[in-house]
Design a protein around this ligand. Structure first.
Ligand SMILES: [Zn+2]
Ligand SMILES: [Zn+2]
Length: 290
């Protein structure tokens, strides 16, 4: 028997738990996550400062085409990474309504006496298949993959696309930044450290070394994360399910269907953090199986 998830509202109005901006956005009030988010933004700003102020703008007159093309690529990647980050953070990852495991609701859903269903003891919700409770979000999250402090949110059924895009754009901007730092380094070695940058040679070396370190760290981390996410999507198995080595109780989707359930039908919108994946493909996972 199947019951529509959307019909399971508790009737107590809109739940304001983990909500902000006049209930329009999802916000997890976790101080560790908020610190990580601010650090992420500061690191992007630092890369902006060094790439623009030390590498691209001072070289604009000597090499206009190189500076302009790379400026466009860098700013586009930074913008897309920032928007993907915001959307991952501010989207409800797929939270199950709290406290819906009431007698009326259970009856309304058509459960008969003695029939089995899972109830979360922490948020008192009827757990849909493949949902897990997150102790940071204090909610059960449908198809929860993991809780990521860098985006201060769970990665789940509703925001996985934005998270994958975030790792993709950060990985791309890291590779691009490393290329620009190496080019500038070669330029400074070839000419003169006093003239290749508007800053003193020690400051230039420090800024470039720190940016190289940042690019390497973030690049390696996000490429591994991106590969893990794509592998989990292709195998229709979340990070938690892989970790717990859970036997698939759900009907495993084909690789194409599994990708479509996260990104929607293939189009350029796959790469846009502005478009929500079409709900049609996510339809099945909004149902409880009894
Ligand atoms: Zn729960
Ligand atoms: Zn969480």
């Amino acid at each position: 028997m199947h019951y529509s998830y959307s019909s399971l509202s508790t009737g107590a109005g809109v739940d304001q738990h983990n909500r902000c901006l006049g209930n329009r956005a999802w916000c997890v009030k976790d101080i560790c996550g908020i610190v990580c988010v601010i650090m992420t933004w500061l690191l992007i700003l630092f890369a902006e400062f060094v790439v623009c102020g030390l590498i691209l703008l001072p070289n604009y007159d000597n090499n206009t085409v190189f500076s302009s093309v790379n400026m466009i690529i860098f700013q586009a990647l930074a913008f897309l990474a920032f928007v993907s980050h915001l959307r991952t953070m501010l989207s409800d990852p797929g939270a199950v309504p709290r406290g819906n495991a009431t007698k009326e609701m259970i009856e309304q859903m058509g459960y008969r006496e003695g029939q089995m269903f899972y109830k979360c003891p922490k948020c008192c919700s009827i757990k849909p298949d493949r949902a897990h409770h997150c102790s940071v979000c204090q909610r059960c999250i449908r198809k929860m993959d993991h809780h990521c402090p860098w985006v201060n949110n769970c990665v789940g059924e509703n925001n996985q696309k934005y998270f994958v895009l975030f790792t993709f754009y950060i990985a791309s901007i890291s590779v691009h930044t490393l290329f620009l730092v190496m080019t500038q380094f070669a330029e400074c070695v070839k000419s003169d450290w006093r003239t290749c940058s508007p800053y003193s040679p020690p400051a230039t070396i420090f800024l470039m070394l720190f940016l190289t370190f940042e690019g390497l760290m973030f690049g390696i981390f996000t490429i591994i994360m991106l590969a893990t996410q794509l592998n989990a999507i292709l195998n229709d198995q979340t990070g938690i399910e892989q970790l717990k080595k859970e036997e698939a109780r759900w009907a495993k989707k084909s690789r194409l269907k599994s990708i479509q359930s996260v990104f929607g039908r293939f189009s350029l919108a796959w790469f846009s953090p502005f478009t929500e994946p079409s709900c049609r493909h996510k339809f099945n996972s909004h149902f409880y199986s009894v």
